[in-house]
Design a protein. Structure first.
Length: 165
């Protein structure tokens, strides 16, 4: 996908517009996104391209205020308000959890849901579209927590000897 943009996925080490100090120039990032989207749409890769852009933006650092994603990335996502970028962003955040050990029930997922719920609440006033994307991440973890709770309850019932109910 990145080859359409003239780079390989290995060449993109940081978010476009990032300087040597790690600061992201919002205007440079927005310009890169606009150009990338034009090229991707020209080559009939707009939908998947938006998802790749979203995955890249999910690697954003915290902003100076401690908000995540940083302000420049929030503003860029807000400006495009692309559902594909939002989906790619969500997928990347969800997958960034990596390999993990599941405990009994959905406690781990509830903690993650609360974390992303709180982030969405902080973002809502200034970046409503980004807040919706982050809120969807929280909802997915809430759903997963319910599934884990159901699995734990089912396991418990299956191990309980007959007649001891």
């Amino acid at each position: 996908m990145y080859s359409i943009l003239g780079v390989s996925s290995y060449q993109i080490k940081r978010i476009p517009g990032t300087d040597e100090n790690g600061h992201i120039d919002k205007e440079a990032l927005v310009s890169w996104i606009e150009q990338a989207r034009q090229l991707l749409h020209k080559h009939a890769r707009g939908t998947i391209g938006d998802q790749y852009i979203g995955q890249l933006l999910a690697k954003a650092p915290e902003g100076e205020s401690g908000m995540w994603p940083c302000e420049a990335v929030c503003e860029a996502i807000e400006k495009t308000a692309s559902s594909g970028i939002g989906q790619g962003f969500s997928k990347s955040v969800y997958n960034s959890r990596g390999l993990h050990w599941l405990g009994k029930g959905g406690e781990q997922e509830r903690e993650l849901a609360l974390k992303y719920d709180n982030l969405a609440d902080r973002l809502y006033h200034d970046y409503p579209y980004v807040a919706v994307v982050v809120k969807e991440i929280a909802k997915s973890y809430t759903y997963e927590a319910k599934c884990r709770d159901t699995e734990a309850g089912t396991e418990k019932r299956l191990r309980t000897p007959v007649g001891s109910w």
